[in-house]
Design a protein around this ligand. Sequence first.
Ligand SMILES: [Zn+2]
Length: 64
Amino acid sequence: MPIYEYQCTKCGERFSVRQSMGQDGSKLNCPKCQEGNPKRLVSSFFGGGSGSSQISGSSCVGST
Ligand SMILES: [Zn+2]
């Protein structure tokens, strides 16, 4: 399950939330000031998704 990072738009508090795919963070509240609708930050760990595949080339070369 990926972990997303959010930033409160009110106090600027950053916090990470573990969510399943497809969930949105609009129902989250800032743990500090309880402000809702935090801004989702782009995580460098999981960044992107589909698009550029790094895994290519030497893998599973049939040797029979
Ligand atoms: Zn806040």
